[in-house]
Design a protein around this ligand. Structure first.
Ligand SMILES: NC(=O)C1=CN([C@@H]2O[C@H](COP(=O)(O)OP(=O)(O)OC[C@H]3O[C@@H](n4cnc5c(N)ncnc54)[C@H](O)[C@@H]3O)[C@@H](O)[C@H]2O)C=CC1
Ligand SMILES: O=C(O)CCC(=O)C(=O)O
Length: 409
């Protein structure tokens, strides 16, 4: 049993975008019952309205938690991104409001790697086009522009969790692997790090993108990069929609400069399955269009549900921030009979002495204390006698660098 004395039914969870039931099971097993689950994302105005009294929110990639939304979420203490990417959350604004953000950095990587390989095989055989023609009553039996995957060069842009898995699987199929990353990475198997992006583009039969959404990756593949690719090459984007400029890609596909493409992510994606998908790539038979489902397998979603819900429970139960993407990592075992205070503050000199002065000036005994900082914020967990927690909270909240201060139990 957790030493928590708080009434968990008062802690409100809002789960959006059809999270796997495993998330709900973890939360319920931990004693949380005030949980609302919705299948889609919400437009900004409705999101703001609902966030007025929500403590924890669970989202995937469609819910935009920007600075304005977070400014209207006075009770929100943590965000669970039930996915890898956290670009849909303004992480800096979240820090400013003392809101911890968690994600699942590995749970869907295999699913993405498998989809990319499958798409590469189908595109090399011209299956999307042959399939489309057959659906229209045609018959495109031909070996023209149809190739085996073995012996081809796969160019992986972004050699992280997904890129490296893909590298291993691709070599298993007899491919040569070349990768480009801004960081020097240990090549797995016989893979080789290209000197730069252009070397990779010029040498690869299939270019696949696995970089995060960052200012430096925005529109990194445009007309010049597509022109630098081999004639008849294939482009696959299952990273983020802002990485590839869609118009030049559509032009290159129409001009048959590229043999084909597979695109899973788009600059603008429909908010729900009921909204129309609009893209210049629609109607091009040599393009596989998928609705951002790279990580959408039951295996991945079930694991993500368990992983992120568990992180939210640990943060809610005792302030643990292990593997948070925007908070310093703190894990302090809970002590019976004590109250736990969480203090989030700007990381400026002198805050800890101000915090400790509150305890010494008011003769409050500290049973345990654990501070961690990152470049912007400090996060300190403090256990004190229950009788003193109201006074300590009041005084700690008055410290000017305080971003958020609350009593957990
Ligand atoms: N389509 C889908 O459903 C999914 C999409 N994703 C996307 O895939 C991205 C990659 O995922 P992971 O491999 O887990 O991330 P990761 O963080 O493990 O790897 C990303 C790699 O990209 C590299 N990188 C960063 N900027 C770069 C640049 N300008 N040029 C070249 N390399 C650069 C990094 O150094 C790192 O090695 C995620 O950030 C997410 O946006 C992830 C899961 C599912
Ligand atoms: O499953 C989702 O909604 C998003 C998957 C994704 O893009 C991610 O994990 O970063």
């Amino acid at each position: 049993m957790s030493p928590t004395s708080l009434d968990k039914s008062k802690i409100r969870f809002l789960l959006l975008e059809g999270l796997h039931p495993s998330a709900l099971q973890v939360l319920q097993a931990a004693g949380y019952s005030n949980i609302e689950s919705l299948s889609g994302a919400l437009p900004q105005a409705e999101l703001i309205e609902r966030l007025a009294d929500v403590h924890f929110i669970g989202i995937r990639s469609r819910t935009q938690l920007n600075a304005e939304v977070l400014a209207h979420a006075p009770k929100l203490v943590a965000i669970g991104c039930f996915c890898i990417g956290t670009n849909q959350v303004d992480l800096q604004a979240a820090q400013e409001h003392g809101i911890a953000v968690f994600n699942a950095p590995y749970s869907n990587t295999r699913s993405v790697a498998e989809l990319v390989l499958a798409e590469a095989i189908l595109l090399l055989r011209g299956v999307p086009e042959k399939n489309a023609v057959a659906h229209r009553g045609g018959w495109l039996k031909s070996a023209d522009n149809a190739y085996e995957i073995r012996g081809k060069t796969l160019g992986i842009v972004g050699y992280g969790s997904i890129g490296t898995q893909l590298s291993v699987l691709a070599e298993g199929l007899g491919m040569n692997v070349l990768f480009h990353d801004v960081v020097a990475k240990l090549p797995l198997g016989n893979a080789r790090q290209a000197a730069n992006l252009n070397e990779l583009l010029a040498a690869s039969d299939i270019v696949t993108l696995h970089v995060p959404e960052l200012p430096s990756t925005q529109w990194m593949i445009g007309a010049p990069e597509i022109a630098a690719m081999k004639p008849g090459a294939i482009l696959i984007n299952a990273s983020r929609g802002t990485v590839v400029q869609i118009e030049p890609l559509a032009d290159a596909l129409r001009a048959k400069k590229l043999l084909g493409a597979a695109v899973d992510v788009f600059p603008v994606e429909p908010r729900s399955n009921q909204d129309e998908f609009v893209s210049p790539l629609r109607g091009l038979d040599n393009v596989i269009l998928t609705p951002h489902i790279g990580g959408s397998t039951l295996e991945a979603q079930a694991n993500i549900g368990l992983e992120v819900a568990d992180k939210l429970v640990k943060y809610s139960d005792n302030g643990t921030t292990t593997s948070s993407v925007n908070f310093p990592e703190v894990a302090l075992p809970a002590q019976r009979g004590k109250h736990r205070i969480l203090h989030v503050h700007r990381n400026v000199p002198g805050v800890m002495s101000e915090i400790n002065r509150v305890f010494s000036d008011n003769q409050i005994n500290v049973a345990a204390q654990y501070l961690q900082t990152n470049e912007r914020i400090g996060y300190v967990v403090i256990d004190i006698d229950a009788a003193s927690s109201a006074l300590a909270l009041e005084k700690l909240a008055q410290i000017p660098a305080t971003l958020r201060c609350r009593v957990l139990f």
